[in-house]
Design a protein around this ligand. Structure first.
Ligand code: CA
Length: 252
């Protein structure tokens, strides 16, 4: 790596670079039972300025998720005792960990069977054998994507001809206002805010109805159905994710 000559005497440029790279310093949990792979991935992550911790099993992974509160999880699918899909489901179902981005590692042979499964809750997946460099690039890309959507958020959310204005509490379709109840609005806003991500019924219930709400997760289904009735374009846009919850497609 070449360093600009006029800056070599100052420690500042390095610091600046670190600050400017939004992904640097983020903590990555690597869940992989094959130690060689875990170490290799960890090495490359650290080289790129990430902090990283590892877990060798699904059970250990869940423990580390709680203790370490990682910014992202690299999760191997094939793990002893509890597999990656189960870990993913558990992480997605607990409100305090539901939004942690997950990249799944999967072997080529497992691919066809698991693509559908991965859709259940992983944000991205990488097929083995993989280059650690490419994996780190995917980690960075995912963190940036999530950082962009999470930071303050846009003034308006759009989905095709639909616009949601959070400050004015208005939803319009082709410029015409569509009356929604407060809960319908909250549900739609949450889906738009986390577009492309799987949101479990529990997470939606907590986000829109609050932790002290006594209803069941069926409430979420009922309101999703009402939203789709009022806004038919959501019929195709909101995907029902088997046994987990819902996701708003991230393409128009
Ligand atoms: Ca494995």
């Amino acid at each position: 790596m070449m360093e600009p000559l006029h800056l070599t005497h100052s420690p500042l440029p390095r610091t600046l670079n670190t600050i400017m790279e939004a992904t640097a310093g983020k903590k990555i949990l690597v869940v992989e039972d094959e130690q060689d792979i875990a170490q290799l991935v960890q090495h490359y992550l650290q080289k790129e300025g990430f902090r990283s911790v590892t877990a060798m099993s699904g059970v250990e992974a869940l423990k580390k998720v709680k203790e370490e509160k990682p910014d992202l999880i690299v999760l191997d699918l094939m793990l002893p005792e509890m597999d990656g899909l189960d870990v993913c489901k558990r992480v997605r179902s607990a409100p305090d960990t539901a939004m942690i981005p997950i990249i799944m590692l999967t072997a080529k042979a497992e691919e066809s069977d698991t693509i559908v499964g991965l859709e259940l809750g992983a944000d991205d997946y990488v097929t083995k054998p993989f280059s650690p460099k490419a994996l780190v690039a995917r980690v960075k890309a995912l963190l940036r994507r999530i950082d962009r959507t999470a930071s303050t958020g846009p003034a308006h959310y759009r989905c095709g001809a639909l616009t949601l204005d959070p400050t004015r509490h208005e939803v319009s379709l082709n410029g015409q206002e569509i009356p929604l109840t407060a809960k319908e609005f909250g549900l739609l806003e949450h889906l738009l805010r986390h577009r492309g991500r799987v949101l479990t019924r529990e997470v939606l219930l907590n986000a829109v109805w609050g932790y002290d709400y006594y209803g069941t997760t069926r409430t979420v289904d009922v309101h999703i159905r009402r939203l789709k009735q009022k806004l038919p374009l959501l019929e195709d846009a909101i995907l029902s994710v088997k046994s987990l919850g819902y996701k708003l497609k991230d393409t128009d």
